[in-house]
Write a protein that binds this ligand. Structure first.
Ligand code: NGF
Length: 287
């Protein structure tokens, strides 16, 4: 569980149903052209939190069928509804997903013990490896070092998807838990994450710039930080435009311009604006 994992987008039809052909194309593009080491399925990028349980299962199944054992697969199964999370976890485990990941329960201000018990139940019921999905900026759940310590000691917890810019925390955690996997979640600073000893990264923009992320990852292993910074800086020119016009919308547009059916957004997300399309066209030469 090291290296670059694409947080997979989900192509939808205009009516909100899964665009299976597009999804298969996106998976192939990630493996064959981007050369990423794995896929993170059902994350924020996949618009997962807008989907029904049945649709989530459909995505897990299509992706596994397309991937086989070519790259590592992580299924994000987190849901406020623990029964749903367990059912999805068992489903993905039976399909052969290499690990599960679950976002920290959000919306209600759960106590740390409630969150810990949530993971305990999930782990006991599914029996698969678990990667904690920590994304304080979206969930408001920001574990202290001591809380991470308790969470990382739960059985089957193999690591953290660390979507945070607290590099001190990342460095301390990796130092305390060298055997655990820390996958960094902000693409625009992934080089810094890898320098601070992350084991790799999970990100949305790797759907279209995974090759660049893999190059950065490899350069860090070779301690060629200046060369890696050059690539990061180029990526950030693209990410800047994406953030301005909608990251997921821009990724789908870039895929479309590359001849891959990235499909539509799931309501209530809106599609990319006309201005966004123009701006994305201008940065295609950087991708
Ligand atoms: O989309 C977000 C929201 N973050 C993603 C990534 O951390 C989410 C990140 O790639 C993810 O992996 C998932 O799908 O669960 C950003 O889109 C990127 O850094 C641009 O800001 O924070």
């Amino acid at each position: 569980m090291k290296g670059i994992f694409t947080a997979l987008i989900t192509p939808f039809h205009g009516d909100g149903k899964i665009n299976e052909k597009g999804l298969r194309q996106v998976v192939r593009h990630n493996i064959d052209k981007m050369g990423v080491h794995g896929l993170y399925v059902g994350g924020s990028t996949g618009e997962n939190f807008l989907l029904s349980k049945e649709t989530k299962k459909e995505i897990f199944s299509i992706v596994k069928e397309e991937v086989g054992t070519q790259v590592k697969l992580i299924a994000q199964i987190g849901s406020l509804n623990i029964e749903e999370a367990i059912e999805l976890g068992k489903y993905a485990t039976d399909l052969g997903y290499d690990a599960l990941s679950s976002v920290t329960p959000y919306y209600y201000k759960f106590s740390f013990n409630e969150i810990k018990n949530y993971y305990l139940q999930l782990i006991e019921a599914t029996g698969n490896k678990m990667i904690i999905y920590s994304i304080p900026v979206l969930t408001g759940v920001n574990f202290s070092l001591g809380e991470f310590d308790q969470i990382l000691n739960l059985p089957n917890v193999i690591g953290v998807k660390f979507t945070d810019s607290d590099f001190v925390k990342l460095e301390r955690l990796k130092r305390l838990y060298p055997e655990k996997t820390f996958l960094f979640g902000f693409d625009e600073i992934m080089l810094a994450g890898c320098v601070f000893n992350a084991d790799g990264a999970i990100g949305s923009t790797y759907n279209v710039m995974g090759d660049k992320a893999v190059a950065i990852y490899n350069l860090v292993q070779e301690e060629k930080i200046k060369e890696a910074m050059e690539i990061q800086s180029n990526m950030n020119q693209v990410i800047e435009v994406m953030i301005q016009h909608g990251v997921y919308q821009s990724i789908k547009e870039i895929l479309k311009l590359k001849g891959i059916d990235g499909g539509h957004m799931k309501f209530p997300f809106s599609e990319l604006s006309g201005e966004g399309k123009e701006e994305v066209k201008k940065i295609m030469e950087l991708i």
